[in-house]
Ligand binder design. Sequence first.
Ligand code: AKG
Length: 310
Amino acid sequence: MVCPVNTKAPNLYPTLPAQPDAEMIERYREDGYLAFEQVLTPAEIKEASEGINLLVRKFAFNDELTEPVTRSQHAENLKNGRGMLFKSRKSDFHFQVEGGYEATPDKLDELADNIRKFQSYTTELAIYDYLANKHPRLQALLRGVLGEGCKLYSSMALCKPAAIGSEKPWHQDLAYFEVNRLDGICGVWIALDRAIVANGCMHVIPGGHRAGPRRHVWTKVDCEITTEEVNPADAVAIELPPGGLMIFDGLLPHETPPNTSDLRRRALQFHYQSAATKVAPREEYRKLFAGPDELFRGCDYSAIPKAKAS
Ligand SMILES: O=C(O)CCC(=O)C(=O)O
């Protein structure tokens, strides 16, 4: 396997092998991420992309299938907390429209292009279940990274509509996940459209997971790592073609900039937990995701700012 020599260059491999080799796993441990250019087949990309439209057409403005949603406390005060929500009556599946887009029942395909977030969607369509839980090469990679017995923790798809897709600021996923250990979570991010800097591709701090939990605060946008604790000059952009995939450690600082282009950017995201990783009581988790001062450094939902974002 030929690896990039520049440690600042993305760990970008052409394809995902049937089994990851030891060098690849070593690189994952060192840098906190790996990226692969060609993983999904064109048919899988098509089916997964069309699934977004299918689910929007099925659920949006359908009172039989969706229920009114009570937002989490003060969520509307955050730029990334706005936008209409549709929540399934039967399952945890829900999706959020990009803030600022006026959704109407007569333009459901346009609405599908203006979704910000899909959550808990793997049970809704067979293609999502297959990609999350049965894709042989992805499953082999997950076993290499998290060990035998790892399983899906959550599913989320973040889409960045052309021109209005908002940023997801610097954060560590473990600042959100209330679990009993910090070494047993990884994220998998799959591009459905070409992801480049201009439409908001992934940016990571290579090796940044090794410094442990960083202090997160709520800004008017979202929950994010404080500016003293992340230096964007250390970041690398992971540009990927449709069907490309990135795997990253739950402690790796990452962000995606706003979509300022006319290319939409949709992506699937799955998170996995190792066999030893369990959902933990909140107090146990807060002690774990802490700094040397023993203070919790993650996203504290009781501390969302009360002032409305502009
Ligand atoms: O897909 C994106 O834009 C960002 C995804 C992400 O970082 C997250 O959901 O934690």
